[in-house]
Design a protein around this ligand. Sequence first.
Ligand SMILES: C[S@@+](CC[C@H](N)C(=O)[O-])C[C@H]1O[C@@H](n2cnc3c(N)ncnc32)[C@H](O)[C@@H]1O
Length: 256
Amino acid sequence: MKSSPIDRYSDYDLYARIYNDEIGDRLSRLALLPLERLLFSTLPAPASLLDLCCGTGHLVADLTRRGYTVWGLDGSEQMLHYAHLNAPEATFLLADARSFSLPQPVQAVISTSDSLNHILQLDELSQVFQNVHAALVPQGYFLFDFNLESRYQAATWNGSLSGGITEDYAWAAQRLYDGHLGQVNLTIFQRVENDLWRRSDSCLTGRSYDIAAVQSALTQAGFTNIQIYNAQDDFDIQDWGEGKVYIWCRKSIAID
Ligand SMILES: C[S@@+](CC[C@H](N)C(=O)[O-])C[C@H]1O[C@@H](n2cnc3c(N)ncnc32)[C@H](O)[C@@H]1O
């Protein structure tokens, strides 16, 4: 494993409990339609899959129930804590997408819920694609979703608020787009004991890329048959609003 703890992306650690309780299950169900259309029919179980940036492992759990052999990788130790509980049959790796390698190649890599928008530099995104390419068997598949700039600009994202309250925590998030980066500003109060609460403030940052730059980086990494699907138009998924695409491609036949 070549991941360095220095640059491992761990920004979701503080958010992990809330993500597990309120978000992961819903987002994993949203990811199923593109997976059903593109992946499940092409590559039936028990094929081997990597869920890159798997978060709390809700999708991993679904995939293992379908009979797939699943690896999950994430940079957040706390997200993986829940992933282990949610999908005990899967194998999880604490690593960074920009610097990972797998001990053995898989037949497909997936990455969902705009995880790869958290990669903030194009050269790092290219590195992720190269790592995915190396993690695949020849002609293996890669499916990921991605926010275009129009998603960050839309009122469904820019300025939108969400939050929740339970007996043990209260949280609020505001999404803002500054024309370059999308930022989710999070404030969380967690009960430490009885009447003692701890406040934490954090920011999850994402950026969009020009789709042509993403295609070019994929081609340079050795992917072919690149197909781009729009979540609203092609899969009738309205929950994301506009500007969400799914990219489906294949490792070229040439051996590394
Ligand atoms: C929006 S969540 C999505 C989680 C999961 N894929 C889902 O659909 O629920 C983004 C996840 O990507 C992970 N992540 C972001 N950048 C990463 C990186 N460079 N390396 C590893 N994990 C990363 C975060 O830790 C987080 O768990």
